[in-house]
Design a protein around this ligand. Structure first.
Ligand code: DX5
Ligand code: ZN
Length: 221
């Protein structure tokens, strides 16, 4: 198995979205990561379903939507209808986490939980059967271009062990500060999917950037 790269369109040039997307996919990007921010759960605003619909028209690749919003349950139906394939939210942003994970699956999407750097792993133990994905934040969410927090590596390692112990086949995704210099460490700790914004769309050649990220992991095997 090789590393799965999910470029984050937060760092893309939206005026050239189709072109940039095609370049990332040409380089081997498997999922497209979309960061939705509401200015409450995180101190920044980004985009909503109009972008999801635009991306849906541009590609058949899975749209990996990361909701950094309060009350994510209010948006499940809307994002499913817009064409999202994965719906990941933060447990602190709501109350009835298990109910909402189930609702995400009922709408035909895969369900994920995102863990902030300060959020303990123990939180997901209670909902393990309801999870298709766990997203380890390796920065505090809100902005692209931040540095990978080294503590994420041990958390990934512990999460991999926890998933294995429960026989869970959930995706282990990492988000924030993933570059050619940091990706191998996260891969070595047991992550399989990597969000990368700046290190893909902040470069002149997104295709080559995706290839380089995959290559760094392959070198580590
Ligand atoms: C952070 C977002 C990330 C971000 C990653 O709030 O969740 O997905 O776009 O950006 P880079 O790769 O630039 O750290
Ligand atoms: Zn994200």
């Amino acid at each position: 198995m090789s590393a799965r790269i999910a470029p984050s369109v937060l760092s893309a040039d939206l005026g050239r979205l189709g072109e940039q997307l095609a370049q990332a996919i040409d380089g081997g990007a498997e999922w497209i990561h979309v960061d939705v921010m509401d200015g409450h759960f995180v101190p920044n605003l980004s985009f909503g379903t109009p972008l999801i619909r635009a991306l849906r028209r541009l590609t058949g690749h899975p749209l990996d939507v990361h909701l950094m919003v309060e009350r994510p349950e209010n948006y499940i139906a809307e994002y499913a209808d817009a064409g999202a394939n994965l719906f990941t939210f933060h447990p602190e942003a709501t109350v009835h986490v298990q109910r909402h994970l189930a609702a995400v699956r009922e709408r035909g999407m895969r369900a994920g939980l995102a863990l902030n750097p300060g959020t303990p792993l123990s939180l997901i133990e209670e909902v393990m059967p309801d999870l298709d994905l766990v997203l380890v934040m390796s920065v505090n969410p809100g902005y692209g271009g931040q540095s990978y927090l080294p503590a994420a590596t041990d958390k990934i390692r512990r999460l991999r062990a926890l998933l294995d112990r429960h026989g869970s086949r959930a995706t282990l995704e990492v988000d924030g500060g993933i570059t050619p210099a940091t990706i191998a460490e996260a891969w070595g700790a047991g992550a399989d999917t990597f969000v990368a914004g700046t290190s893909v769309f902040g470069t002149a050649d997104p295709a080559a950037a995706v290839r380089e990220l995959v290559r760094r992991c392959a070198m580590r095997v």
